[in-house]
Design a protein around this ligand. Sequence first.
Ligand code: GLU
Length: 482
Amino acid sequence: MSQIRVRFAPSPTGELHLGGARTAIYNWAFARNNDGVFMLRIEDTDPERSTPENTAQILRSMRWLGLDWDEGPEVEGAFGPYFQTQRDAHYTDALEKLKTTGAIYPCFCTADELASKRDEARKSGGYSGYDRTCRALSRDQAQTRIDAGEPHVWRLAVPLDQDEITISDLVHGEISFPLSALDDYIVARTDGTVTYNFAAAVDDTDMQITHVIRGDDHMSNTPKQVLTIKALGAPIPQYAHLPMIWGPDGKKLSKRHGATSVEAYQDEGIIPEALLNYLALLGWSLDGETTVIDADTLTNNFSLERISKNPAIFDAAKLEWLNGVYLRDMAPEEFAPHMVSALGEQGLADSADYERRTDWYHELAPLVNERIKLTTEIVPMVRFLFTDDIEIDEDARAKVLEKEGAIEAIRAARTILADCPWDVESIDAALKVLPEQLDAKPRFVFQPIRVAITGSTISPPLFESIKLLGREKTLQRLDALL
Ligand code: GLU
């Protein structure tokens, strides 16, 4: 069997969104599991909405997710160029070929003529597509009008000797489209530019794509593309149309449902491993129960047969939960770089500091990653360890510091911490006696100390926090409060 070649073909008219990312993941995983080629093709034919910035962002998001492509922008390959706007020569060749075989014909009908024909057909309840007037012209008649400079488009002559075209889709099974409902669709416009369906079919042919894996919003394009590829005399790729992703309300996922771009989730504190995992299982399953799956397991097991026929429902809470699972599972040396990067964005830490006190960061890591679901929660939780500029939370001040006994607790802690040995066990043992000594509930003793040191009622465990902050700073903060 020939090598499997698949492509992800985004239109750079916006950011990479979740649906597109999932399509990319499935193509990538399918190629990787079959020693195939994963290609990236940029369908930038809409001049108004396609931008280099969008292309750059799509590439960035794919790289961030860990999706590497074997051919395409920035890596090139033998089947390029990989931008449709640079593939005119291929489209011209294909058009010439189809002109010669008569698979396409010129149509001189004007927009006005077409509109009035459509109206009439509609009134009489007939078929309102193109009535194929120009298909009846002889080659000589057509050539004479072309030579005379008459504006024309080129249309694909849909076969009239069969009733339907059947596509065997790897997700949905056999799907038949009645040819009577299929227009002789336009492949080249009056200005010579080619249409989307034609370009896609020519590219899939020239790039020797074996499997087209894409969203089922493209299903209606498939018969047109298949007829074009047939006309070109090329083998028809296999198709796998992926059911859409829905929002919780059962409508197609869109901005209405909140963030939909990969980069927005990155900004919200989702890590790439979790998003890849989540999207991979949104419409595909390993065994019907596994929820945590890494990239290797995915690429070693992905198959088109296990793609669900039904739309998948996007669940932001589940993605967040999964992200938390990934964060919790990280070893200190894996999680610490996430802390450094989050803190670095606010100028609170850098890699030099990480190198200087690696052990200290690794001691901190497990105190943090067990308590958060998003990386955006890191800085608020550990900020007090990286700056002296801490503000006491208003709420904490009122609810904790202004309670009876709070100041006494802080004063007693200050005395103990001034000369207790500086390790977690000793700090723990020394402070644990305070509630009894002060005859107060532990909460009323330890919360004031926590607020004095961290500025907030939410922090990593108190004794560990004190240990990591260091004696000098701890005493300074208690003094400042007193
Ligand atoms: N450019 C199309 C899109 O972004 C993809 C079409 C295809 O995969 O065939 O929706």
